[in-house]
Write a protein that binds this ligand. Structure first.
Ligand SMILES: *Cc1c(COP(=O)(O)O)cnc(C)c1O
Length: 818
């Protein structure tokens, strides 16, 4: 297919053929009649028919990768936040019109069918969504790749808001079956836990270690095809499910102990029951470590078997395989690959180490100290005794090398050791991943710079070429073409279809930014998307919002460092200002929030409650009329993001400087023509470079200023005393104006701001408030706003995950890109 031609208009015969295929699936695969079929049956039937069109390409792409001996990329991630897949498959195959025309005569609306698909939330937030965007870009760039993860039976919890409080309910995305996956019961690997290690003396010079696990669980493969843009290449997302080797203790069952007979099975299969709902901090649970080893080991056994079948030995592994660790969750892959080489394939240690380092690389996602994974040595010894031995060996050789270069530097040795000795002995997974990799990357320029200066400072001094930057990106197929067909159509009509294949071509939009006729069309698209969101808000919250108002959006996990609290405080300040001067020409705003808090993160849940308390007061106050509305949409997930992102005017990216590794929500929103109000944090810094300072609202303290202020130990009370506006806001919230049912609800929250103000909410408040008023001023000139919005869309090409993946391919994986 010519990459630049539009898909041909479907013929009636093609539509008839697809319709017949869908009806066949409905009848023979689902056993339903057309009359009795519900939306989700039509979804299943349509998905199965679309899947048929993927399979041939999938099988041939997989075979071609084998036959040509191309290097394979393996992306190991505990999370894949993929969301719905039907529209992804349909657009990437160029079938959008055809599916519409196939379904219409059946009286079936594609949009309803699409929405009947459950949202696969196999991830917490940005890290998991990145893995999903990367899988799509890998396929679109024609790079042979597997994603490896866990097939969680229950993904991230469903968030229900009751009385303003978050409640968590299990997600059951698999209840009605999953049409995209192929179960592969014949592809399974044994995963051992516990037991003991036997040292067998082979010769005077050599001891062989044999691990006898106490327990073995099977990892069974479930494959989902991942179609690239224009359907030219298809990769595999292989998710592992746990299966007990012994399903039932028959003797116990026959004795009448029905529960006991099943106990082992239930315990073993619990490994893939739930995604840990911990965002930025390790769950600290034994089961979590089991999950990590379970999928990392299954992945390595799988890829080693595939490699050996073709090449016969493991020496060539680094030439044929690149393994990317998405954060430290799969870092146990380092000792596991060593174990496979040394214990199972008799490869000498040094050679095995060369293979391991040459194959593996690691992406760091956070600097937050509470999120740096470590495991207690006794737990590791009990669960993975052979791996613990190997980790000690790796550490011994590693420290020998350091000692040789820097004799008698005790501080350096303990700083770079894989074992933390201070608070009970623990294995530092970040250090393990660092030494086991040939490259380590951060996810934005600022983040990578901070990695070199903070958590990996000493490592960076020892291996100055190892740390590289790969700024995150998002796939434009999902985050522009699929979620915003109106804008995609307008762009195609204005600058031609080239941007569909090359995101950089969006720059061709720049000359249109001042074009009044184009501005009108751009505004009309936004308006339509805002009306769609307004009806979602009305249906979900029974709240009417005016699509004329500025849609001011903060959608992301709820976390103190992301500072939803700062946004809520500004909302209250604005509310106060409107009430005291009701006749001024205020810019009407709708403040839109969405996001989940980790179930155990009480402070974050309290912030959700505060947003609801403020919303209740503001939304029911007749003096503010339509000037201010607050909407917190429940159960934020990929599907909800796909509705909010195209409708946003203002994108809130206001994390405490130095704390957000990259952010990707910022990119999605900018791409869809939202202006950013943000701090100099994460990829906001690069967004500023791309769009220019006139088209973004940057405010607040820099990373250095935050560090200096924390170092000084300056209390938040200083900033509060200096700001009458903030004092008033905090006085109101702290004294219970928004919580008459519990006047002390927010006392501690406010006290924390008066105290250390660790996240600089008080310290940045005035700068944020002033910046918001500059946003108001820009909104007042519609042409000026449109121009900046258009330039945001025009400048986001660099944030395509295609660009990110190209950089990984060239600098880390050494694989060709077509
Ligand atoms: C993009 C995305 C994220 C990441 O958002 P940030 O603003 O970068 O934190 C989280 N969750 C979902 C559902 C997303 O689509």
């Amino acid at each position: 297919m010519n990459a630049l031609t539009e898909p041909q208009k479907p013929t009636a015969a093609e539509a008839d053929a697809l319709r017949a295929a869908i009806v066949r699936k409905l009848t023979y695969d689902l056993g339903k009649s057309q009359a009795g079929a519900r939306d989700r049956d039509w979804f299943m039937a349509t998905a199965l028919a679309v899947r048929d069109r993927i399979v041939d390409r999938w099988l041939s792409a997989t075979r071609a990768a084998y036959e040509t001996g191309q290097k394979q990329v393996y992306y190991l991630s505990l999370e894949f936040l993929i969301g719905r897949l039907l529209r992804d498959g349909v657009t990437n195959l160029g079938l959008t019109e055809l599916v519409d025309e196939a379904l219409a005569p059946l009286g079936v609306d594609f949009e309803k069918v699409r929405q009947a698909e459950p949202d696969a939330a196999l991830g917490n937030g940005g890290l998991g969504r990145l893995a999903a965007c990367f899988m799509e870009s890998l396929a679109s760039l024609g790079i042979p790749a597997f994603g490896y993860g866990i097939r969680y039976e229950h993904g991230l919890f469903r968030q229900i808001i009751r009385d303003g409080w978050q409640q968590e309910y299990p997600e059951d995305w698999l209840n009605n079956g999953n049409p995209w996956e192929y179960a592969r019961p014949e592809i399974s690997h044994d995963i051992g836990f516990g037991g003991a290690v036997e040292a067998v003396v082979v010769s005077e010079a050599r001891v062989r270690h044999v691990w006898h696990p106490a327990e073995v669980v099977q990892a069974v493969a479930y494959d989902t095809p991942v179609v690239g843009w224009r359907g030219e290449h298809v990769n595999t997302l292989r998710l592992w499910s746990a299966r007990a080797a012994d399903p039932l203790k028959l003797d116990a069952f026959n004795y009448g102990d029905h529960l006991g007979a099943l106990a082992d099975r239930v315990r073993q299969e619990s490994i893939c029951k739930v995604l840990y709902p911990s965002d930025e901090s390790p769950a600290g649970q034994e089961l979590r470590l089991k999950q990590e080893y379970f999928f990392a080991s299954a992945a390595l056994q799988d890829l080693v078997r595939r490699h050996l079948r073709v090449y016969g030995d493991l020496k060539s592994l680094p030439d044929r395989v690149a393994i990317q660790l998405n954060d430290t969750h799969p870092a146990i892959a380092v000792p596991e690959l060593m174990r496979i080489c040394v214990d199972l394939h008799n490869i000498p240690w040094d050679e095995a180490w060369t293979i391991t380092q040459g194959t593996i690389s690691y992406t760091n996602h956070t600097l937050l100290p509470e999120a740096l994974e470590s495991w207690q040595v006794p737990l590791m010894e009990r669960l993975l005794p052979r791996h613990m031995q190997i980790i000690y060996m790796i550490n011994a050789f590693h420290l020998d090398r350091v000692r040789a270069a820097h004799p008698e530097d005790g501080r350096l040795l303990s700083s770079v050791s894989l074992i933390e000795e201070a608070h009970g002995r623990r294995v530092r997974m970040g250090h393990l991943a660092f030494v086991g990799s040939h490259k380590v990357n951060g996810v934005s320029a600022l983040h990578t710079d901070l990695l070199k200066k903070t958590v990996f400072k000493d490592f960076h001094a020892l291996s100055p070429d190892k740390v590289v930057n790969k700024t995150n990106g998002v796939t434009f197929r999902r985050w522009l073409q699929q979620c915003n067909p109106g804008l995609t159509g307008l762009l195609t009509e204005t600058i031609g279809p080239r941007f569909l294949d090359d995101a950089g071509a969006l720059a061709a939009l720049q000359p249109f930014a001042r074009d009044a006729a184009f501005q009108t069309k751009f505004l009309a698209v936004k308006r339509q998307n805002k009306e769609a969101l307004a009806s979602v808000i009305r249906a979900s919250l029974d709240l009417r919002v005016d699509p004329e108002a500025m849609f001011d959006v903060q959608i992301k996990r709820i976390h103190e460092y992301k500072r939803q609290l700062l946004n809520v405080l500004e909302t209250v300040a604005l509310y106060d200002a409107i009430r005291s001067q009701p006749t001024r020409n205020w810019v009407p705003r709708v403040k839109i929030f969405a996001g989940k808090a980790a179930a155990s993160y009480h402070r974050a849940k309290l912030i959700i409650k505060l947003a609801h308390d403020v919303a209740r007061v503001v939304n029911s106050d007749p003096t503010v009329r339509n000037l201010l509305k607050v909407a917190f949409l429940p159960n934020y997930n990929v599907s909800l993001a796909e509705v909010i992102v195209p409708a946003a005017d203002l994108s809130e990216q206001i994390s405490t400087a130095g704390m957000e590794a990259s952010g990707t929500g910022n990119m999605k929103l900018g791409l869809n023509g939202a202006l950013t109000i943000g701090t100099l944090d994460g990829a906001n810094v690069e967004m500023l470079e791309q769009v220019g300072p006139e088209n973004i609202h940057i405010f607040g303290m820099t990373t250095e200023e935050v560090a200096a202020r924390r170092h000084e130990g300056l209390q938040g009370a200083h900033a509060i005393e200096a700001s009458p506006r903030l004092s008033e806001v905090l006085e109101a919230i702290g004294s219970g104006v928004f919580s008459p049912d519990d006047r002390h609800r927010y006392r501690d929250l406010v006290e924390a701001l008066r105290g250390s103000d660790y996240f600089m909410v008080a310290a940045d408040f005035d700068a944020y408030y002033d910046s918001q008023r500059e946003v108001d001023a820009r909104w007042a000139s519609s042409a000026g706003w449109q121009q900046a919005a258009i330039l945001n869309t025009a400048s986001m090409g660099w944030f395509s995950s295609d660009r990110t993946i190209r950089e990984y391919a060239e600098d880390i994986w050494n694989v060709p890109v077509r």
